[in-house]
Write a protein that binds this ligand. Structure first.
Ligand code: SAM
Length: 280
């Protein structure tokens, strides 16, 4: 295996700093630096970008991002045990790695970043899904990021790129495809991680569109889609009952049959419905 930098191999880093994986923090580490460099390449040309990395852990992906030329990496990590290992990487790449200790759900990283900004992360999937929804639903568009390159459980990745009519089509597909191009760019078996998780994983790459595909208010679309898919087996006139008065009329005005189920409704029609609901 060729080295991507002259820092110690990740197994040695983990042993030196006592980084036994903690389940509560969703720690499944990537220790193959050629693999992390490959993931970093999926994030696009990094040389002119700042990269926000969430959950660097012992720093495998961080090293990939830096060796692939990221202008600067801002890494947010909740586990203080990882900080000495990350400090060694910062020393190796002077001025290019800043680490913040804390919970990514509570930290606003923007004051430390200069556009263009790309996001890359291998995160526990519940934190990843929550951050993805936040990154997709700011009130104004375009967002602070140009692209998101994120590791998910394979099943979650499939939900992000799903098309209407499929079982995996739902809130994540609608929100992601409304404002971004989303593709699965890599698949990884459990054995790629230490310790191996129970399921396979996949990397999803999302590129922010200059403007959303169809007009809608993010908060209203998010609310309508959540209600529609919360009871995905029900007809929409029942599933959306609490969303707005006269919901049947609004569904019809949006070109949707009130007897349809959420799974059948394309993105454009959900946006039309969000506009009808926003009329108050
Ligand atoms: N990026 C490393 C890699 O690929 O080997 C580690 C990946 S591991 C799946 C997830 C990392 O996210 C862990 O280092 C964990 O401590 C960190 N983490 C978990 N929850 C977090 C949160 N809310 N905010 C920031 N980091 C978090």
């Amino acid at each position: 295996m060729s080295a991507i930098d002259d820092l110690p191999p990740l197994r040695e880093v983990i042993a030196t700093h006592g980084l036994s994986a903690r389940k509560a923090l969703g720690q499944n580490f990537l220790l193959d630096l050629n693999l992390t460099a490959k993931i970093a390449r999926q994030a696009g040309d990094l040389s002119g970008s700042d990269v926000l990395e969430i959950g660097p852990g012992p720093g495998g992906l961080t090293r990939g991002l830096l060796s692939e030329g990221a202008r600067k990496v801002l890494a947010i990590e909740k586990d203080a045990r990882c900080l000495p290992a990350l400090a060694e990487i910062a020393d190796r790449y002077p001025g290019r790695l800043q680490v913040i200790e804390g919970d990514a759900l509570e930290i606003d990283p923007l004051e430390h970043l200069t556009p263009p900004i790309r996001v890359a992360a291998n995160l526990p999937y519940n934190v990843g899904t929550e951050l993805l929804v936040r990154w997709l639903t700011p009130q104004t568009w375009p967002p602070f990021w140009q692209s998101l390159t994120l590791m998910f459980q394979r099943e979650v990745a499939e939900r992000i790129v799903a098309q209407p009519g499929s079982k995996t089509y739902g809130r994540l597909a609608v929100l992601a495809q409304w404002r971004a191009d989303a593709r699965i760019v890599m698949s990884l078996p459990p054995g790629a991680f230490t310790p191996p998780p129970k399921v396979s994983s996949a990397v999803v790459h999302l590129t922010a569109l200059p403007q959303p595909r169809f007009e809608a208010q993010a908060d209203v679309l998010s609310r309508v889609v959540a209600a529609a898919f919360n009871q995905r087996r029900k007809m929409l006139r029942a599933a959306l009952k609490g969303t707005a008065p006269d919901i049947e009329d609004r569904l019809i005005a949006a070109g949707i049959k009130p007897t349809d189920r959420a799974e059948q409704v394309p993105l454009e029609a959900f946006c039309a419905l969000a506009r009808e609901v926003a009329k108050g």
